[in-house]
Ligand binder design. Structure first.
Ligand SMILES: [Ca+2]
Ligand SMILES: [Ca+2]
Length: 233
């Protein structure tokens, strides 16, 4: 019985030392700063996340450049989602996924119109966010776009999302974005500064932690052997 108790203590110690390193949570900011200029792409990647349209292509916009009429600008590069008939001809939804992290929580997001012109019916007036949860199920929120947009002028074209509290407790494996005008989907918009708390499972313990765990286990084994030997004498 005493032997079983010692084994249990040893296993508990190993779990305490090694288990803490198996899950790693950290903030990540997706700001598309790894792109230097405006360009059209099949997919766009930033911060170990990839944005893929259901069809067509998507773009990176550098301070609203290369747009007619003037596109929303925030002085940096941003993700530009188009619409059928535009360049890029993005087909909704655009899905954000990662091959690095096991799950993530959405903590912040900047968004804007693609253009300052709603009249031609291709720049969205709202964006639907749909998150797929780790373990199944979905969460969603509709964000209204304010229509304030003067390109690289003095107006604040991008707005910070007022995120629902549901995102605080939602561990996501993917997040989809669809631009709407009323009930009509597949319209253009921009995204930037997507803030996340990411979780990475299965990270190996740091070499220092492993060495400490090894030393602690070796120490326990020596102490146990000494006690056994002492009792046998
Ligand atoms: Ca940016
Ligand atoms: Ca705006």
């Amino acid at each position: 019985m005493k032997h079983v108790t010692r084994i249990t203590r040893c296993a508990a110690l190993a779990a305490a030392l090694c288990g803490a390193s198996l899950t790693h949570a950290a903030p990540v900011l997706i700001d598309f700063s790894n792109y230097a200029a405006t360009g059209v792409h099949a997919t766009v990647s930033s911060g170990n996340f990839t944005f893929t349209p259901a069809g067509g292509t998507i773009a990176v916009s550098a301070n609203g450049a290369n747009c007619a009429p003037t596109c929303a600008a925030n002085g940096t590069t941003a993700l530009a989602v188009g619409a059928p008939g535009l360049n890029p001809p993005s087909i909704a939804p655009v899905t954000m996924t990662t091959a690095i992290y096991s799950s993530f929580r959405l903590t912040g997001l900047d968004y804007a119109e693609l253009s300052n012109n709603f009249v031609n019916n291709w720049s969205a007036s709202s964006i639907l966010l749909e998150g797929t949860l780790l373990g199944g199920g979905t969460v969603s929120q509709m964000l209204a776009i304010d229509g304030v947009n003067d390109g690289p002028g003095g107006d604040l074209d991008f707005e910070a999302a007022a995120l629902s509290a549901i995102w605080d407790s939602s561990e996501l494996v993917s997040l989809q974005f669809t631009g709407f005008i009323g009930a009509s989907a597949n319209h253009a918009f921009q995204l930037d500064s997507i803030a996340l708390d990411v979780t990475r499972e299965g990270v190996l313990p740091e070499p220092g932690s492993l060495a400490l765990a090894g030393l602690a286990l070796a120490g326990l084994a020596v102490a146990t052997a000494k006690r056994v030997r002492l009792r046998r004498i």
